[in-house]
Design a protein around this ligand. Structure first.
Ligand code: 5AD
Ligand code: SF4
Length: 485
């Protein structure tokens, strides 16, 4: 949806009558209503109203935040980086306990700011809000929060803002699950040349440690038609790279009326003219098909990068994690992928300290790390999430042993990552230029197809273009390069 189309739709809406029942019309109605409220407030104050969206967690949340920003800018708020804005929104994550602690800490700081700015509104949304004990705690101890909503009704943001702007009390709207996908709402992209695109929502896998299926609900795929149309519009708007987003993209399309595989979807997206790069995340190893490997092998646009979460290298622990693959199957899959796409860069997620993990189990994980040789790996200490099966397993472990395993793993992952990242030194590669370097303005920063960063002398006019860069030197996880031609 571009701004012109939206303005045309909003122009035809009459807000003196009742709100439409059907979506997305209902949200357009509230968007227009919110505009008048924001305008009145800002005229009374004699200045524009400002907002700040703080995003925690994964790319899915980052994309959701772009939708929040899209609505806020449309109704007349102006973005401000600091947290003393008139409207502060926290889009939260709850995948590990420390993400929750951070939100409570930040809320404490905000309370002091709100006392100084009585116009300040605070909203909380995202995964953490889908947990009943969190909302209970907020109601009891953080009553200065104005609006709380969850992951399933984010499309209702315009309507919720109108409720919050016209109410003195905390507005709470949390749904347990949904089968609804509302299309055609605005989003404000952080980058002009690349964008996340949701292809599915939710997760049906129930890995035993993971809270995501409880807070993001059951798997729902968007129709291929809607996805392709969105990407075509993005490309017309200057986007050259898309990141297809889903908790488990490899099971895309299974529940569609006309089922379609993820590999099939990729082939449709590949045909979109003007689109240059396709990324996706996240792939569950158990669902990664031969068809997908074949499509990746033959594609000109799919990037040479695959994020393939391992979680543990121990078949015994993998079983307890309900991952539905074992060590050997994982290694065989990696071999198959590397045989088909030799220059692929592999990255992963690993958890240490899962209940019952022994030193032997941990050594199996290290063994996979040595065999696969990841370009990089996100390593996590297991965090107990209330409501998940692993939280009630009897043999919870913690303390020095886990910390020691984590440190050993991190060290190996970093050493191997450095070795792997440098393999293209001396070659010329295509780079998508992303931004001016923060520390040194004479440098530009871009990304290789395999996701490695490259810094090279250049100017800001290059942002968004794909250029050839000679990789002069690898420094740890990034390259210094020189533009060619
Ligand atoms: N504890 C630690 N790490 C977790 N992850 C998911 N749940 C937990 C948990 N309870 C990690 C997994 C997943 C990544 C997004 O977060 O490795 O792939
Ligand atoms: Fe969580 Fe497993 Fe679903 Fe990933 S696949 S979101 S780890 S339950």
């Amino acid at each position: 949806m571009n701004q012109e189309n939206l303005e045309e739709i909003l122009g035809n809406i009459d807000i003196s009558g009742e709100a439409p029942v059907l979506e997305p019309d209902r949200q357009y109605y509230f968007m227009k209503k919110a505009r008048t409220l924001v305008k009145e407030k800002s005229e009374a104050l004699g200045r524009p109203l400002t907002f700040c969206v703080n995003t925690f967690g994964c790319q899915m949340n980052a994309r959701d935040s772009e939708k929040l920003v899209g609505v806020l800018e449309n109704i007349g708020y102006v973005e401000k980086q600091e947290e003393d804005a008139d409207f502060v929104i926290f889009n939260t994550c709850t995948v590990r306990e420390n993400a929750n602690h951070r939100v409570y800490g930040r809320l404490g700081q905000l309370h002091a700011k709100k006392k100084k700015n009585p116009h300040m509104m605070i909203a909380l949304c995202g995964c953490m809000m889908q947990e009943a004990h969190v909302v209970e705690k907020l109601k009891n101890s953080y009553s200065f929060v104005n609006l709380i909503f969850g992951t399933h009704n984010i499309y209702k943001f315009s309507e919720l803002i109108v409720s919050a702007l016209t109410s003195d009390r905390m507005v709470i709207d949390i749904w347990n699950d949904t089968d609804k996908i509302v299309e055609d709402l605005p989003a404000e992209r952080k980058y002009s040349f690349k964008s996340g695109v949701n292809i599915m929502f939710g997760c049906n896998n129930f890995c035993s440690y993971c809270i995501v299926p409880y807070v993001r609900g059951r798997e729902r795929s968007r129709s291929p038609k809607d996805i392709v149309r969105e990407i075509e519009q993005l490309v017309a708007d200057g986007v050259v790279e898309v990141m297809l987003l889903g908790q488990n993209v490899n099971s895309y399309g299974k529940n569609l009326e006309e089922p379609m595989t993820f590999a099939g979807l990729l082939q449709e997206i590949e045909k979109i003219e003007g689109l240059r790069r396709i990324r996706f995340m996240t792939s569950h190893p158990k669902d990664l098909s031969d068809e997908l490997i074949e499509v990746m092998k033959n594609s000109k646009k799919i990037c040479r990068h695959l994020h393939l979460p391992l979680q543990s290298g121990s078949s015994r622990i993998l079983k307890r994690m309900n991952r539905r693959y074992d060590k050997e199957q994982y290694l065989a899959l990696v071999e198959k992928i590397r045989a088909a796409v030799p220059d692929i860069s592999l990255t992963t997620d690993i958890i240490v300290g899962f209940p019952g993990e022994t030193e032997e189990d941990f050594l199996e994980t290290l063994d996979v790390v040595e065999k696969v040789r990841y370009d990089s790996a996100f390593t996590f200490i297991y965090s107990k999430r209330t409501g998940t099966p692993a939280a009630v397993m009897e043999d919870q472990i913690s303390g020095e042993d886990v910390k020691d395993r984590f440190d050993r793993l991190l060290k190996r992952v970093q050493v191997i990552g450095r070795e792997m990242s440098s393999r293209d030194t001396g070659t010329i590669q295509e780079v998508l230029v992303e931004e001016q370097n923060e520390h040194d303005k004479s440098l530009m920063t871009g990304r290789l197809s395999n996701n490695t960063l490259v810094h090279f002398p250049g100017d800001a006019s290059l942002v968004g273009s794909l250029i050839q860069v000679h990789l002069d030197e690898c420094r740890g996880f990034y390259y210094m390069g020189t533009k060619v031609g």
